[in-house]
Structures are given as structure tokens and as C-alpha cells.
Design a protein around this ligand. Sequence first.
Ligand SMILES: Cc1ncc(C[n+]2csc(CCOP(=O)(O)OP(=O)(O)O)c2C)c(N)n1
Length: 544
Amino acid sequence: MMGKTRRAAEGQDDEASGPNGGARRRGAAIMNGAESLVRTLVAGGIELCFANPGTSEMHFVAALDRVEGMRCVLGLFEGVVTGAADGYARMAEKPAATLLHLGPGLANGLANIHNARKASTPIVNIIGDHATYHRRYDAPLTADVEGAARAFSHWVKTSPDAKSIAADGAAAIAAARTPPGQIASLILPADTAWNEGEGPAPALPVAARAKVLPQAVEAAARALKSGEPAVLLMSGEALRAKGSALAGRIAAKTGAKLLAQAFNARVERGHGCVAIDRIPYPVDPALALLAPFQHYILVGTPPPVAFFAYPDKPSLLAREGAEMHVLARPEEDALAALEALADALGARATAPALAPRIELRPATGAPNHLTLGASIAALLPENAIVADESVTIGRDFFPPTRSAAPHDWLQNMGGSIGFGLPVATGAAIACPDRKIVCLEGDGSAMYTIQALWTQAREGLDVTTVLLNNRSYAILKGELANVGAKNVGRKALDMLDLGRPDLDFVGIARSMGVPGARVETMEEFNRRFAEGVREPGPYLIEVMV
Ligand SMILES: Cc1ncc(C[n+]2csc(CCOP(=O)(O)OP(=O)(O)O)c2C)c(N)n1
């Protein structure tokens, strides 16, 4: 340190870096890196930041008050923050930002980042880190943030200094918006935030979805005209109303079956829409359903794969020798591809089969997978958004809701539970004029139950149907499916949520969300109708 102060040795002797860590220059108001970044986000169309901040993000938080146009929503656990960003972007059709606290904050949020990534949801993660010169000392919160982010992101960068952060922010937004939607993780060291920045950077252009090659359309048309059994397997944009209407025309013209993957990011459905069944989650029914098909026209999705491997069962669900024809890859323009395919088949004017508008009656008696499905179908309000983490009980909800009032159905494509409540929260912020119905397993709920607090604080219009079966029911089935032998008390205890029983009405109340427990379908119908009629968050605990 000879001849140099400690501050100079640490690279802090910059006139823009004040003793209180704030950017300043004698006589002139300047903008620090954090504010440059927030303004860049707003310029790039990001209006929402889901946050759980810490010391290293304080300059970003402070900048929020100086910048118009950025709403910031607090989540009390990072899994709520990242899941809400997923739900928001699915419905707003543009990314939100998250604000996460160093490696551990990111780690807490990664499971729902994983789910968003599998759903091709765009998110811009801003992850605070120690000041660049502080990292070498291995202070308590030091971790390999880039390493952790890389495993779950399409784009990762540590912004090296305050002069770079705005341009890096613009690059992160462009990366997130790259079709079909990506995870961009921008790491913001504390001194990058507090030193003098360059001011905001303008938004970068984003490539539109690429058009598919004519050969892809021709091959699909040939397969559909072959007379051999064919299925259009769809995901992504193809499951929105425009896509399914086109697919419906193609199916009506050619006799092809329409199917969606078992789990999908967003399906527009209900009466008046083309109804598209999903591949079942259990392997045997999936194999049985798919056994007849020789040709798969893949629209924005890979070939069908079993969720898990099981002894003596195949990983791939299509029959052996089935032919795969990629009409559109996930990042390509599936709607234009379906239009071109409809034209090639002369199907543009063929009337699709639409889910009929029929009188649906709420069920009575004991709550179970069938009665709940019937009541939800009958009582779902028009234009609702369903965030579905109903796990085993909800496996049969899809068919009866085919003729429900038109709605969007959001599912977990990443399989990491703790998804439903945060996604419902984000969707409610994206669509304040729509009712959100969250179908939630009790086991899954306990991962990110704090989302209820955010719903209460923000006054969000979410009715949660909490399916309380006091168990990880799905895993009881899986125990048998994987061939586990000599299952005893210790194993079964790992799948049981009793002792003590959870009281979800009490939990919800403690976080500002009113609720009611129901034991019969008659009570459910009354409470559900109430929940969807009244604005604001509400929870119905269904004992099943
Ligand atoms: C992050 C994560 N941890 C564990 C699991 C394994 N898992 C899958 S479903 C499940 C239980 C779900 O329980 P619940 O929501 O009550 O639905 P149920 O099975 O009772 O229908 C568990 C623990 C998982 N998928 N993701």
C-alpha cells in the first residue's frame, strides 16, 4: 500500500464515488448507474419490477422514486418474485424485471426461473452483487452469481462499471425479448449501481419470429394428405385462439387429431374456441392415446416425452417408427406456418369444430376431481385467467372446462412446484380487469404461500381454490409407478402433510386474505361464486 491510500488501492478514489456511496460531482447533478439502469428498463418497455432487495440493491431501490413509469412490487420470498414475473409476462406479453439479492437471493428464485424458462417466458433478472473491489474478500454473501445464473438463463452478464450498465440493461431486455422469450440475468455490482453512469440507453431492436421454410409446410401437408393417422402436436402461440382456430380448420379438413403437450404456458379456450386435449401425464394413458399416430406435425414443440422415466416404460411416447415433421420450431412464427399449411391444404374456409356453449351445472355432494371440475366449469367467470397447480386433483379439470366461459389456462412447464400462487399474482398485476382463479394443491402452496401477502398488499383480484388433501398425493402414485418395494411408515410419512394439519384459512387471514373452508360441493359453489363476484383476493380451502 506504499504511497497509496487504501481507498485508492481499492479503486474507490473516483470523484464520482462519494463517501456515502452515492454518485456526485461537484456542482453538477449527475445520474448514477442504478438510475441509468432503471431509466433504460422503462425506455425498453419494462414497467414492472418484482423485488426482494438487500443492501447491494439499495441504489436501485432508491432510483425507483426518481423514475416515472416503473411499478415495484415486493415479494416476501424470491420464489414469489420470479414466479410473479413469469405470470406477468405470460399475460402482459412483455417481460418484467426482478430484483434479487446476490447469489442466495437468486438461488431462492431459481426454481420459478426454471419454470419460466421452460415456458419460454421473457424475464430480465437484475441481481445485485458486492461492489467489484469487495468480492475478493469473500464476505458472507459472496458466491458465484454468474455460475448460478448461467444454469437457468439464456443470457448472463456482470456489468463491470457504471458507464456500461445502461447499455448492458438494453442488451438484457433485447435478449429477454428474443423469440420465443428468454431469461436474461444482469448482475449489478454495488459500485456499478452507485458510481456515475452514462444516463439511459435506448431500446435495442429485437428480431421478429423467423418465418418457417416452405419445405416445412410442404412436408407437413404431404403427411396430412397421406391418409395415415396424423396428429398436430402444439404448444406456445399455436394454443392461443388464432392458432387453435387455424389448427381446427386443418383438422376438420384432414381428419388429423389436435393435441397439446401435457403442460402449456397459456391456452386460450372455452366455448366458441377449438378444444384441444392434452397428452395425459401418466405414461400408460399417454401411450394409449398416441399409439395410433404415424405422423406428428410439431408446432412449436418437441416430440412428446414422458415427464419421468419408469422401469420398463419408454421415455418417448410416440409409437416406434412414427414420423416427426417440424412445422415450426418454438422460436419460429407458428401462426404464419399454420396459415401457410391451411392454404396448402385448401383448409382456410373449412369450418373448425368449436367447443359448444352448453348448460353446465355445478356439482353437488363430496368434493373430488370430478365434482370440482364440473363446478369450476359451470362457475368460471368470462375472461378468467386460471393459474393451474392443481396436481392430481386437477388432472380431470381440463375436459369439463372445455365448454366453460372463454378463459386463459396457465400451467407449469418446468415441473418445479410452488408455481401457482406467484404466477396468479403476476397475472393479476398484468390483467387488473380480469378475474384470476388459482387452482392450488396444498403441498405446492406451502413452497410460496407468501404470495398471498403480495396479493393482499396489492389488492389483486385472485380467487384461490386451495385443494387440501393433506398429502403429496401424486407421490403416493409415483411410489408404486417406479416399482419401490417394501414401503413402510417412514416412506409414507414423507408423503403425508398431516400432524399437524395445515389451516389455510388461518394462514391466508394472517396475510390479509379472507377465506373460508368448505367440505361439500354446495358450500364450494356458494363460496366460489362469492369469490369470483367480489373484487380482491379470497381463498377457499376445499377439504378433499
Ligand atoms: C421443487 C420441487 N420439489 C419437489 C417436487 C416433487 N413433487 C412433485 S408433486 C409434489 C407434491 C405436490 O403436492 P400437492 O400440491 O399437495 O398435490 P397432490 O400431489 O396432493 O395432488 C412434490 C413434492 C417438485 N416437483 N418440485
